[in-house]
Structures are given as C-alpha cells and as structure tokens.
Design a protein around this ligand. Structure first.
Ligand SMILES: N[C@@H]1[C@@H](O)[C@H](O)[C@@H](COP(=O)(O)O)O[C@@H]1O
Length: 234
C-alpha cells in the first residue's frame, strides 16, 4: 500500500483530489464514492474545481435501510448536499434503502456495479475497520448485502441523528469483493479514533476481523492519513 501522510483533512482532500483529477484526465469514467466525514474535504475540492463530471458515473458504497432519499440522514441526501447538487454526474447510483425487499435491492445494485466497473473507489474506514458498511465478520469476497450495524458503528453515527434510537440498524452495502474489483482505491482516515483500524489494515493479518485488511491484497491502494490516524503504524 502506498501511504501519504498529511497534516490535516484539508491537505488530505487536496492529495486525494490530485489523484481524482489526474485519473479523470486519463479518461476514467466511474468513481466509487463514500459518505462520512472523511471524504468531505475531497468533495469540497471537487466542487470548487473546474472539473466537469457530466460525463462521469458514480456508484456509492452504501445506504441505510428504511431511509428515503429525501431523508436528511440518508446517504442519498448526503451525496446530493456535498457533491451532486453542485457537480452533477451523468449517472449517480446509491443503493435503494427505501426498498424493503433486500433480495431485490441488493441484486439490482450488483447489476449496476457490474455494468459500471469502478475505476477509482474512495473509501473511509470505521473505527472497527469496516469499509462501506462491511462490519467485522463480513465475507472478504462478498457482493452487495443487507448488513446489521454493530453497536460501535451505531454509536459513531449517533452524532448525525437527534436520538440514538433514530439511527438505522441495517444498511445495504456494496460487498468487500465488489470493492476489491475497483481498479484503484483511495482510503481516507483522520484522527486518533482510526489509529487501531489503520494499524490493523496495514500491519495486521488479512482477516474478517478487520474488513479493510483485505485491501492488502489489492494492487493499487493509496492510504491518505493524518499523524493521529497513522500513530499506531509499525
Ligand atoms: N458507511 C460509512 C463508511 O463508509 C465510513 O467510512 C464510516 C466512517 O465515517 P467517518 O469518515 O465520518 O469517520 O462511516 C460510515 O460507517
């Protein structure tokens, strides 16, 4: 893995943007996108840039089950607010969390991923090493699935909701196998709360205990981390 150390999230956004820009100049067509606070500075760089995304397709990692796209806590809403309303893409896909039929929703999303092979995937990481919403124990070769969120993830996400009981307990998430098919991956991690997960991702064994450790088997991964997130690396 290629590791880029940055001073802060602003610089992290700029470093990630450089890669996005260069890859777009080289003709990539499909970006895999993530939610959470980590990619926000990258999305700011993208929206402030003069890059044109109107010929690009985006495929997002995940969505809460039970939230409609117009729900302010949904990942549809997050993406619209941070990126798509300012920089429209040709097509922007996010799993359909409003579809209670998990089988149909996940199959439909797998088809979208298959038809739009991801050139560059942006990832954040959960405190427990999850990527997308693939919590510890997720199959490292999985496709899109309905997942139960762990207590630690629910707790981490409570900050975005008025009440902990409003945090959805389930999500539809692209699987780790699908993430691994992306041609290139950038993982963004900032802050001390991510230090253990980053150490396990880079130095630990490849294990379902740390879903992001699967990235060790990918040929083109760049980690953009600040000093705190990198503080437990060997
Ligand atoms: N499903 C998302 C992940 O894709 C994201 O990586 C993680 C970390 O979020 P943050 O960047 O806010 O720490 O949050 C959620 O669980």
């Amino acid at each position: 893995m290629n590791i880029i150390k940055v001073n802060d999230t602003q610089m992290g956004g700029k470093e990630a943007f450089k890669i996005v820009k260069a890859d777009m100049e080289n003709g990539i067509k499909v970006l895999g996108l993530a939610t959470g606070s980590s990619p926000i500075t990258l999305y700011k760089e993208m929206t402030n840039s003069d890059l044109d995304f109107s010929n690009m397709t985006s495929v997002n990692l995940d969505e809460y089950v039970g939230l409609k796209p117009d729900n302010e806590q949904s990942y549809h809403y997050f993406m619209k607010e941070h990126l798509f309303s300012k920089k429209p893409f040709k097509n922007s896909y996010v799993p359909d969390g409003s579809n209670p039929d998990a089988e149909a929703a996940t199959k439909a999303y797998d088809k979208i991923i298959e038809e739009n092979p991801i050139d560059l995937q942006i990832l954040g990481i959960g405190r427990n090493g999850h990527i997308g919403f693939n919590e510890p124990g997720s199959p490292l070769d999985g496709t899109t699935r309905k997942v139960s969120l762990t207590e630690s993830t629910i707790e981490a996400n409570t900050r975005f909701f008025e009440d902990e009981k409003d945090v959805p307990r389930f999500a539809y998430s692209m699987g780790i196998g699908s993430i691994m098919k992306a041609k290139k991956i950038i993982l963004l991690a900032y802050g001390e709360a991510k230090a253990d997960a980053i150490a396990a991702t880079v130095n630990g064994p490849v294990t379902t205990d740390c879903p992001a450790s699967a990235l060790q088997n990918h040929p083109d991964v760049t980690l953009i981390v600040d000093d705190a997130a990198a503080s437990k690396l060997n």
